[in-house]
Design a protein around this ligand. Structure first.
Ligand SMILES: Cc1ncc(COP(=O)(O)O)c(C=O)c1O
Length: 370
């Protein structure tokens, strides 16, 4: 039995009526840009994230770009980030006119190392941009402790709903950052029926700035305080996401359950490194990512058995051709480079059946002769 990496049709089948019912009033109203569905979703996401404000935008990439612009980051500025992430993290730093400064990851969590971030600070550093990779929040309290005056843009594109215990209190993805950003790309743990993104913040001035930046820098129609962007969240997407949001906690729990199932099933195979979640952290397992030796052979084996899988990410950003101008050489971020050669992500979506989980486990075990 083939098992896909992700089965959005299975999710849609379970919530079809609720989502279509939420979309219909928007279609009937013929009011597609911003409006009530967007402000309602913003209120819901702010509540979930423990923040005072949320601003919807066109996608998770724009959320990062608008955050950088709201913090006035541009030419001659540096932003410290991780190279082991999706391209948008550093692509937006470049597109804001600033320079990405890459520091290596913790090989257990794949998230940025705060000590290396702090060591990379120069007089040009204007922000640090940690990524909550695969569903686990980066050690933001440690980054804050080491760099208390540096604005923190938390790229939580993969991690809405994740929690981290800070000073014995649970904090949500985006809550502690200067600005936190989310992506509602359809394959994300909270995905729309198209592109979508959101920024959250506790700061009212930043909120106002983000609101302005997403509509061409204008508060009053046809009057522009600054040059912004056309980066709005569609009302239809907001309606879909608002209808899906009540299911998110249940889906995240199911993802954790699936991850625990795999962890137990692979525990006796010394060659597999299963995901490490810090004790003070609760991942939402946007991805279930393991490390294996002979990864290419392992992938061929999974493909032959019909098991969906993917490599996030095969080439760290500091070695991407487009960033050659920054001068990084192989070996600059050794843990990111090692991870890029060893990781592979397996199906972990909430609707996986027991039979599908068993199929994945059997295929993985067979590769190791079990
Ligand atoms: C870590 C990270 N940052 C940013 C993004 C960009 O989000 P979007 O695809 O919505 O622009 C993604 C999405 O893949 C991501 O995984």
């Amino acid at each position: 039995m083939p098992v896909p990496l992700l089965d959005l049709k299975a999710q849609h089948a379970a919530i079809r009526e609720a989502v279509l019912a939420a979309m219909l009033p928007v279609v009937d109203d013929q009011a597609f840009i911003l409006g009530k569905p967007v402000s309602e979703l913003e209120a819901d996401v702010a509540k979930l994230s423990g923040t005072k404000f949320a601003v919807g935008c066109a996608n998770g990439t724009d959320a990062l770009l608008l955050a950088l612009r709201a913090l006035e980051i541009g030419r001659n500025d540096e932003v410290i980030t991780t190279p082991f992430t999706f391209f948008a993290t550093a692509g937006t730093i470049h597109n804001a006119g600033a320079t990405p400064v890459f520091v290596d990851i913790d090989p257990r969590t794949y998230n940025i190392r705060p000590d290396l971030a702090a060591a990379a600070v120069t007089s040009r550093t204007k922000a640090v941009m940690p990524v909550d990779l695969f569903g686990q929040i980066a050690p933001i309290e440690e980054i804050r402790r080491l760099m208390p005056r540096t604005p923190l843009i938390e790229d939580a594109a993969q991690s809405i709903g994740a929690r981290r215990s800070i000073d014995c209190e649970w904090r949500m993805a985006g809550e502690v950052a200067t600005i936190g950003t989310f992506s509602f790309f359809p394959s994300k743990n909270l995905g729309g029926y198209g592109d979508g993104g959101m920024m959250v913040t506790q700061d009212e001035a930043l909120y106002n700035r983000l609101m302005r930046l997403r509509t061409h820098g204008s508060v009053k129609t046809y009057f522009h305080e600054e040059v912004g962007y056309n980066s709005r969240l569609d009302a239809l997407q907001a309606a879909v996401l608002k209808a899906k949001l009540p299911y998110l906690a249940k889906w995240s729990a199911k993802r954790r359950e699936n991850a625990a199932f795999y962890n137990a099933a692979f525990a006796d195979i010394g060659d597999i490194v299963t995901p490490y979640v810090e004790p003070a952290s609760e991942s939402i397992f946007n991805q279930y990512t393991i490390r294996v030796p002979r990864r290419d052979k392992f992938r061929e084996h999974l493909t032959a058995r019909g098991i969906g899988h993917s490599v996030y990410y095969p080439l760290p950003l500091h070695l991407q051709p487009c960033f050659a101008y920054l001068g990084y050489k192989a070996g600059a971020c050794p843990e990111s480079e090692k991870a890029a050669n060893e990781v592979v992500s397996l199906p972990v979506f909430p609707e996986l059946t027991r039979a599908q989980l068993d199929e994945v486990v059997a295929a993985v075990r067979a590769f190791f002769g079990r």
